[in-house]
Design a protein. Structure first.
Length: 438
């Protein structure tokens, strides 16, 4: 189905940000590993998070959806795969990465697979890292990608992993570490991208009763062309248990970026609720970005106010810690005056799509002037209407719909927003932008 702008009224109002997808994934996984029953409030039920729920159920958790919370009876870390067939994770790369290490805790074999897009995601770095911990994992097609076969056994010990590809590899090892036989010491090698996502993981692990000891040291060798020292991050996780708890999922700054960007582009005023001032989400940087581009931002304890006259200016921004904002910022840049330089997002090339390449190709269809680089892009404001393709990427579908505030735009395969923001159309309508699927 194609996504189009149906009508635009006054762009303003009060809207609640959807629950965080990242925290929802982690909450259901940790609750499933805990010793007892947890209640998870304000969970996001999207295609991606439903994949995490399904795999946790397959590995022994008892999960019941109530009207206002998700009840999870944990396994005490004693997992058992009840499915003989591979477990289908659809398009959820987060579920695949987080659960590959966790599946090593099962007392029988687990095969994790998904759709064709998921089968393109590189997994070899994680597979190689957890093998040092006694986890017998392998790519069935011997290409470093799903389907992944994980056999029983998680001894623990020492391992390392590059931090330059995906923070989810790091989170995967950390989440599973407390339930290994001897605990884990993990070294994250430079360059450590998307660090805030790991901070989120540590934050919710603490809520479920697990302590992680953090440290770092400098390797005094020539680590780059400028002969600077390298920072090696160290995480020590002793053997321990997850304890159940009642947990409320906070709002998602990634999804809220579309609501905030709509106000910034069109002009107007709005309050976006359920966005916490002290959130550890890296994508909270969208507030700083919008302010630099010309919007007025006021941050309260649990909501954000934005006011804009619709006149945005180009900026220079490094998104290494917030790659999921890439497409939103690219669209903002295309609607702004001047040139915006986006850097630090080479790891965005291994998301649902190669997001640098895909974003540039779709913007060029709208006559946008830009240059593509290995780790980002340079965009000069000025864009026309037209037809673009989401390429199956939920973030592209949502971000490009914002162009419809000033130009006619149609997004092929626009329904994919269900992956992370199921009520996207309804939420946008609350601030005056009516979208339709045709």
């Amino acid at each position: 189905m194609n996504l189009k702008v149906k009508n635009i009224s006054d762009i303003d109002g009060v809207v609640k940000a959807p629950p965080s997808k990242s925290y929802s994934h982690r909450a259901v996984i940790l609750a499933s590993l805990a010793c007892g029953t947890s209640k998870l409030y304000d969970m996001l039920y999207s295609e991606d998070t439903l994949a995490s729920i399904r795999v946790c159920e397959a590995l022994g958790a008892e999960i019941t959806k109530h009207d206002d919370y998700l009840e999870v009876k944990g396994t005490s870390g004693k997992l058992h795969n009840s499915k003989k067939d591979p477990i289908d994770l659809a398009n959820s790369g987060t579920t695949l990465r987080l659960m590959t290490s966790v599946a090593g805790l099962s007392d029988n074999e687990v095969i994790l697979t998904g759709d064709e897009s998921l089968k393109t995601r590189p997994m070899d770095l994680l597979i190689n890292s957890i093998r040092h911990l006694g986890v017998d994992a392998e790519s069935i097609n011997d290409n470093g990608k799903a389907p992944i076969l994980i056999k029983p056994g998680y001894f623990g010990g020492h391992t390392n992993i590059s931090g330059s590809v995906s923070s989810q590899y790091i989170s995967s090892i950390l989440i599973s570490s407390p339930l290994s036989e001897h605990g884990v010491t993990l070294f994250v090698l430079p360059e450590f991208k998307s660090r805030p996502y790991v901070d989120m993981t540590l934050d919710i692990m603490k809520k479920f009763g697990v302590k992680v000891f953090k440290g770092f040291y400098l390797k005094h060798e020539s680590c780059d062309k400028e002969h600077q020292s390298c920072r090696i991050d160290e995480f020590k996780v002793r053997k321990q248990h997850y304890t159940p708890c009642d947990y409320t999922v906070e709002g998602d700054y990634s999804s809220a970026s579309y609501l905030l960007a709509a106000i910034a582009i069109n002009g107007g005023h709005a309050k976006v609720l359920n966005l916490f001032k002290n959130s550890k989400q890296g994508d909270k940087v969208i507030l700083e970005i919008l302010e630099k581009m010309g919007a007025e931002i006021t941050v309260h304890d649990d909501y954000v106010e934005i006011t804009s006259d619709g006149n945005l200016k180009g900026i220079d921004i490094n998104l290494s810690n917030a790659p999921d904002l890439l497409i939103t910022v690219a669209v903002l840049a295309a609607m702004a005056e001047g040139t915006t330089n986006i850097t630090g997002v080479k790891h965005a090339r291994v998301k649902e799509t190669d997001r640098i390449d895909t974003t540039c190709k779709q913007l060029r269809k709208l006559d946008c002037k830009l240059e593509e680089f290995e780790d980002g892009m340079s965009i000069t404001g000025g864009v026309n209407g037209g037809i673009v393709d989401s390429c199956g990427d939920h973030r592209l579908a949502m971000a490009f719909s914002l162009i419809g505030l000033k130009h006619d735009i149609e997004i092929i395969n626009g329904e994919v927003f269900d992956v992370s923001f199921p009520n996207f159309i309804e939420a946008m309508a609350e601030i005056g932008l009516e979208l339709e699927l045709i």
